[in-house]
Design a protein around this ligand. Structure first.
Ligand code: IDP
Length: 140
């Protein structure tokens, strides 16, 4: 399998509850390497731009307000099949449907406040990494 990079966000509900370290440990245990990392506080407009593909969905306003409510930790994770592996470690969007041992099963509060974001395709990963990081910030 190819070495890939994917964009991860530790969301406001998780940074607020001091879960950053526990979540990063799950990525590392799964063989994903953190090759870029920063803590930022998104504005509602920046959150809206990041989630533009969801603009027509009923929860868009709520999602943007949530993502701008507290700081987030944005990271680039690298590894074999990193995009799918990260999604596997994250678990289903709704924690009630997430598998045992996944981040969302363990930490998410609800379908909206679900602790982590992860790119869902190669194209999304490329766009999302470029949204937050310059090439110089990616240290493999
Ligand atoms: P994903 O994050 O598992 O890929 P998406 O369907 O792409 O899920 O949705 C993006 C994000 O929007 C979710 O992670 C969650 O924070 C939020 N979201 C999705 N569905 C709902 C909902 O029904 N109510 C509130 N927020 C939602």
């Amino acid at each position: 399998m190819a070495i890939e990079r994917t964009l991860s966000i530790i969301k406001p509900d998780a940074t607020k509850r001091n879960l950053t370290g526990k979540i990063v440990a799950k990525f590392e245990e799964a063989g994903l390497r953190v090759v870029a990392s920063k803590r930022i506080h998104l504005s509602p407009a920046q959150a809206g731009q990041f989630y533009a593909e969801h603009a027509e969905r009923p929860f868009y306003g709520e999602l943007c307000a949530f993502m701008a409510s507290e700081p987030v930790v944005v990271q680039v994770l690298e590894g074999e099949g990193a995009i799918a592996k990260n999604r596997e470690v994250m678990g289903a969007t709704d924690p009630a449907a997430a598998a045992e041992g996944t981040i969302r099963k363990e930490f998410a509060l609800s379908k909206g406040e679900n602790s982590v974001h992860g790119s869902d395709s190669e194209a999304s990963a490329a766009r999302e990494i470029a949204f937050f990081f310059s090439g110089l910030e990616l240290v493999g």
